[in-house]
Design a protein. Structure first.
Length: 276
């Protein structure tokens, strides 16, 4: 009888341990690219919170939002009871927020995200490895590379592209070298019209005329904030460039265009096609 009681207790404890060990991790993602990768790995149901850049796939709209990197609160994230909180070195997470999250004892995992083709592939592999989904990650990277191989780069002289970041006429910035857009332009087989400075600088009519781009590229939301192409052309200097005179303005979704994630190849394809 004693043996039976012991055996029963042993198996109950073992079952409890296995059940606990097998329980899926509750994940909070603070980055749209990471969220997209998590979904691609088949782990969407484990996402209990995502940031506002997590817009793809559309089903993520049903997941509780934790805000933007600068407006996130540790209390709001911890209230979701996550097992792991993931971010990248591109997430621009405030240091005090990270300190607060780590102080709770929750796992806070940093992934390096280099904004290159190789960096996108490496990120997918590392996230897949962390969540024991290497096979799914491998399929994602194979598709990414196949998509990139389909990019039809023009054999003509590369066009000069100017990316404008806009949030209404009060915030207008142009992309120099070293940015995600600079790298996307290069992947499309074209040339950034700005070569004399790095990162972003405020747009000026003088810089526009000096760059004289063939094509303007904006996020879809950015052009909307200017009331469309006609609104953009009213910005001093814009209409006096080759792109302005030809009204050559293209837009794409911001996360899609600069996410450098699983859809990188598709984004380069679309950008390349629209520039032609």
């Amino acid at each position: 009888m004693q043996f039976i009681k012991f055996s029963t207790l042993f198996f109950l404890c073992l079952f409890s341990f296995i059940s606990h060990a097998a329980a899926p991790l509750r994940i909070v993602s603070t980055n749209g690219t990471l969220s997209e990768i998590i979904v691609g790995l088949g782990l969407e149901k484990q996402l209990v919170g995502v940031d506002v850049t997590s817009t793809y796939p559309a089903s993520l709209s049903k997941v509780p939002k934790i805000g933007h990197n600068r407006t996130m609160s540790a209390e709001g994230i911890i209230a979701l009871n996550p097992d792991v909180i993931i971010y990248t070195d591109q997430s621009m997470m405030p240091a005090n927020l990270l300190k607060q999250l780590k102080a709770t004892g929750k796992k806070v995992i940093l992934f390096k995200h280099e904004l290159t083709k190789e960096g996108a592939i490496q990120l997918i592999k590392e996230v897949g490895q962390y969540f024991n989904a290497e096979a799914q990650a491998e399929r994602m990277t194979q598709k990414l590379q196949a998509d990139l191989a389909k990019v039809n780069k023009s054999t003509n002289t590369p066009k000069k592209i100017l990316f404008i970041y806009a949030r209404g006429t009060g915030t207008l910035m142009v992309s120099g070298t070293g940015t995600s857009m600079d790298k996307m332009i290069a992947l499309s087989g074209n040339k950034n019209a700005i070569q004399d400075f790095k990162d972003f600088k405020p747009l000026t009519s003088e810089s526009l005329l000096a760059a004289n781009p063939d094509v303007y590229v904006l996020f879809s939301s950015g052009l909307e904030s200017l009331d469309g192409v006609n609104g953009l052309l009213k910005v001093p200097g814009v209409a006096n460039t080759t792109a302005g005179r030809n009204k050559k303005v293209i837009t794409m979704d911001g996360q899609f265009l600069t996410g450098f994630g699983p859809r990188l190849g598709l984004a380069v394809q679309e950008l390349s096609q629209k520039i032609k």
